[in-house]
Design a protein around this ligand. Sequence first.
Ligand code: SF4
Ligand code: SF4
Length: 347
Amino acid sequence: MRKVRLGRTNLEVTRWALGGIPLSTMMGGRDEETIHKVFTAALDYGINLVDTSRVYMDSETMIGQVLKTRRSDCIIATKSHSRTYDEVMADLEDSLKELQTDKIDIYQVHELLAHEAPIVMGKGGALEAYKKARDQGMIDFIGLTSHHVDLAIELMKTGEFDTVMIPFNIIEREPEKELLALARSLDIGTLMMKPLAGGAIRNIAMAFRFFNGYPVDVILNGVASLDEFYANVREAENTEPLSEQELKDFEKEVAPLGQDFCRRCSYCLPCPNDILVPVFIHVIWQKMQGRRYEELSELDRRMGRNMLMWWQGCVECGQCEQKCPYDLPTIKRKNDLLALFSVEDAG
Ligand code: SF4
Ligand code: SF4
């Protein structure tokens, strides 16, 4: 796998790097042995960057268990979702412990929202902790992650961030307007998340070749099995950009997806009533939308009926909707599903 320079960090990183959400038993739904195997295979293949977060449940723990004997093989990027100095310092201590290391290479502000920026950047805010940690040698570089391109651009211009992580793929194209060129001009390293839009884009070969037409450094991709790892990494080795015609064809292919779909990022979790919102609501809704009960297969009907009790457990507190960076209407979709499966013969 070819390596690239990650902006002013000067780190030489593999163009394809491992996303940490599926490296969690709780978020990825895989057992420890599988996670260790996938991560070890990636390191053996030469992949040298893994990205995780304090909020990806036990992802840091899984990564630490492998890296305790292979720390020099891998650059660690992790994140804190905390916004104040004290909270970030506490998070950092936990991350270092779980990752079984004494230094984090890239420590990132996780999923910043516009109203939080003044807190993070102000006195007693998170940024002070990041800088202190850098001065004390606990981290090397400071990164920013957000789903909001305008906000990311504004913060990149402050000069405080060495890297930026943002969703970018054939469907989510906003970064190509200004952010990518700005990052190059400021020498900020770029890490692209959701290259497959959370699994919605099925044409992996085209999805990875798409990036060859843009000035991006790292493509972050979470994989949950060895088969998935080898399939994806093989396609990511292809350095040929899409031709104009291929890009048009690819755009046509993904057009039915629109923008209104779940990327399975799990930011909406946890639900106070333990509903697995991404899978139980959004992914099922995507599968069922626009269909009438009579049109569903027996398998779909059975799946829907089995999930009725979960959907009924939703008290419509709205927490998941507030946390979803894509503003997906969980409550409406839950009610649509309840209506679809609450027909007479659904019991
Ligand atoms: S509902 Fe929103 S926050 Fe939850 S997984 Fe889907 S895209 Fe992510
Ligand atoms: S609205 Fe329903 S699904 Fe969403 S967090 Fe609240 S109880 Fe859970």
